[in-house]
Design a protein around this ligand. Structure first.
Ligand SMILES: [Zn+2]
Ligand SMILES: [Zn+2]
Length: 309
C-alpha cells in the first residue's frame, strides 16, 4: 500500500474588478495576506506568500499570528532580493513590538535587516491616520473592534478638482484668480479598495470610505447558523452581519475573506445563496472560491477578446 501524498496548498485567491486585482490567501487562524498590486499594498502579511514581496507597503490590521507571522521574512526577502526596504503600516501599539521583533532577529541571524515601521493613529493623536502609498493614493487607517487593537484600511485617491463656481471660466481667468491667491480647487476623495481586518460589526461600517469604496474586502469568519455566538466571542463577523449591512453598502464588489478553516467552499456558496437576497448575490464574492473565481475570470477574458475583435 502506497502512502498518501501530502496535502496540497490551496491555490491563490484571485478576483479582478477593473482596474484592481485582489489576490492572496485568507483562512481564519491560518493565514491572511491579500494584495492589490495596482495600489502597491498588501493587507496583512500572513506567512509572507511569495506574491506579497512585490508590495512596497504592508497594511497590518492587527498583531494576531495568522496576519503578522511573515513580517520579518518579508523585510528580509525584500532586502535579500534587492527590492528595496519594505514598509509596514500598523497600529501605534505595534510599533515598539515590531522593533523588538526585528532586534531579536539581529541576535538570531547576526545581521541587520533594513525595514520601515509607520504607525497610523486612527484618532490622529500621536501620528497621522494616513500615508501616501503611491502618487495621490493614500492608505487611511480607522479603528475596528477585535480582541486586540485593530485597524481597517481604506485606499483613497485624492483628486484635485476645480470648485463648482469656477467651472467653465476661461483658462487665463483661472490663472489670474490663482495668482491673486484665490483657492480655486478642492480635494475630492475617491475610496477605491477598503479592507476590514478581523472585526465585530460596529460604527466603522458607516464610514464613507467603507460604504462607498469600489471594492470592500471584509472578513466573514462564520457562516453556519449556529455559529453566531462564536462570532461574537471571537469578535468576528457572521454572514448574518453582512446581510444586515448590505442595504448601506454601495460597493460594486464585496469580497468575503477569513472563513473558518472548517468551512467547505461548497457549503459557503450554499450559505450565501440561502442568506443573501438574489439581486445582491452577483456582488458578493468569496476570495478562496477558486472554481467560481476562475470561471468568472475566464468569462472576463473571453469578453475582453470579443471586444478586441
Ligand atoms: Zn485572523
Ligand atoms: Zn485576529
Amino acid at each position: 500500500m502506497l502512502p498518501h501524498e501530502p496535502p496540497r496548498t490551496p491555490p491563490t485567491g484571485f478576483l479582478y474588478f477593473p482596474p484592481f486585482r485582489i489576490q492572496g490567501y485568507s483562512i481564519a487562524g491560518e493565514e491572511t495576506a491579500i494584495q492589490v498590486p495596482e495600489l502597491d499594498v498588501c493587507f496583512d502579511i500572513g506567512r509572507c506568500p511569495r506574491l506579497a514581496l512585490n508590495s512596497n507597503n504592508i497594511a497590518l490590521t492587527h498583531g494576531h499570528m495568522d496576519h503578522a507571522a511573515g513580517l520579518a521574512y518579508y523585510f528580509s526577502q525584500r532586502h535579500f532580493q534587492g527590492m528595496g526596504t519594505g514598509t509596514v503600516l500598523c497600529h501605534p501599539s505595534l510599533e515598539k513590538p515590531i522593533h523588538n521583533l526585528m532586534a531579536a532577529w539581529i541576535d538570531i541571524e547576526a545581521q541587520r535587516t533594513p525595514y520601515k515601521v509607520i504607525p497610523l493613529d486612527p484618532d490622529q493623536k500621536n501620528a497621522p491616520n494616513e500615508f501616501e502609498v503611491k502618487n495621490t493614493i493614500f492608505c487611511r487607517a480607522f479603528s475596528t473592534i477585535h480582541t486586540v487593537p485593530s485597524l481597517g484600511f481604506a485606499l483613497i485617491e485624492k483628486r484635485s478638482k476645480l470648485k463648482e463656481e469656477y467651472v467653465g471660466l476661461p483658462q487665463p481667468k483661472l490663472v489670474e484668480l490663482k495668482e491673486s491667491g484665490q483657492d480655486i480647487t478642492y480635494i475630492k476623495e475617491i475610496p477605491l479598495v477598503t479592507f476590514m481586518g478581523d472585526t465585530s460589526p460596529g460604527e466603522h461600517f458607516d464610514r464613507p470610505e467603507v460604504t462607498d469604496a469600489q471594492v470592500l474586502i471584509t472578513e466573514c469568519t462564520f457562516l453556519e447558523r449556529d455559529h453566531r455566538d462564536r462570532a461574537r466571542i471571537g469578535r468576528h463577523l457572521h454572514l448574518s452581519d453582512i446581510v444586515s449591512l448590505l442595504p448601506q453598502l454601495n460597493n460594486e464588489a464585496i469580497v468575503l475573506t477569513h472563513l473558518s478553516r472548517r468551512t467547505f467552499i461548497g457549503d459557503a456558496r450554499d450559505a450565501i445563496r440561502n442568506a443573501i437576497p438574489e439581486d445582491q448575490q452577483p456582488r458578493i464574492h468569496l476570495l478562496m472560491d477558486s472554481r467560481t473565481n476562475r470561471a468568472r475570470y475566464d468569462q472576463q477574458c473571453s469578453e475582453a477578446a470579443a471586444e478586441a475583435n
